[in-house]
Design a protein around this ligand. Structure first.
Ligand SMILES: Nc1ncnc2c1ncn2[C@@H]1O[C@H](COP(=O)(O)OP(=O)(O)O)[C@@H](O)[C@H]1O
Ligand SMILES: [Mg+2]
Length: 240
């Protein structure tokens, strides 16, 4: 178990955004977190990456208690995150953007090592041909790849993805699915939030459904999408 969340709570004023939430991520696993808008999925990711601190509960990363650790500390311990709204350094090239992540991710890495790692990440994410473009000259799909590349540059053992497929056409989403599978095959465990159900079906080893800040259901895709609770709370109708 590489990531473990127990009894996590986070309220904003009177609103319980995350309530007694628990989940785990196994080594080498791709886990999907789904659920209706406002269910607390992004808040959960913000708690995992250290943007917010929980009111109570515990987060363990590779056995380290990171519940109250800074985002930087979490990054150094192997937690990487790509954002729903991509935000590269626009005045820098693709290569430079990834290089920044590589330098930042692990303390003590030499510039030469960071350079080599950047090249590997650009190859993995298919951005090699665009390495010397400015970040503001990329297409939406390339932007998303760069967001993933920047997170991978920090050498995470766990990658958190918040709706990185949003806005992609179906064939682009399939490319993104292949990319995430390659990332996993390179040794990274993945937790992703996603609304597009075919993507969840094709990518997730296991699915956690959130509603009202809590875990409503959990299991393989095919059992979760047939769960009457999940159909009532989220899907509306049965999906294949
Ligand atoms: N920074 C914040 N301040 C106040 N309320 C927030 C904040 N972030 C999220 N919320 C509220 O918490 C609830 C869960 O939101 P969110 O985690 O974004 O859900 P999801 O990602 O599942 O759509 C929502 O009611 C949302 O309005
Ligand atoms: Mg969200």
């Amino acid at each position: 178990m590489i990531l473990q969340v127990q009894n996590l709570h986070k309220s904003f004023g009177g609103l319980m955004a995350v309530k007694d939430m628990g989940l785990h991520l196994d080594q080498g696993e791709i886990l999907a977190v789904i659920g209706p808008n406002g269910a607390g999925k992004t808040t959960l990711l913000n708690l995992l990456s250290g943007l917010f601190l929980p009111d109570r509960g515990q987060i363990l990363l590779s056995g380290h208690d990171i519940t109250r650790a800074s985002p930087e500390k979490r990054c150094h311990l192997g937690l990487g995150r790509a954002f729903q709204v991509v935000r590269p350094f626009l005045e820098m090239t693709v290569f430079e953007n990834v290089m920044v992540g590589a330098m930042f991710g692990k303390s003590g890495i030499s510039q030469k090592e960071a350079h080599r790692h950047t090249e590997q990440v650009l190859t993995l994410t298919g951005l090699e041909p665009h390495a010397h473009k400015n970040a503001h000259d990329l297409t939406l799909m390339q932007d998303k790849r760069l967001e993933v590349a920047r997170a991978l540059a920090t050498r995470p053992s766990v990658l958190l993805l918040d709706e990185v497929m949003a806005g992609l056409r179906p064939n682009e989403a399939q490319d993104a699915v292949q990319l995430v599978k390659k990332v996993r095959d390179s040794g990274v465990s993945v937790l992703f939030i996603e609304h597009v159900m075919p993507v969840v079906r094709d990518l997730a080893d296991r699915v956690v459904v959130m509603e009202y800040g809590s875990r409503l259901a959990e299991g393989p895709y095919q059992s979760v999408v047939r769960d009457p609770k999940v159909i009532a709370a989220y899907l509306g109708e049965e999906v294949s």
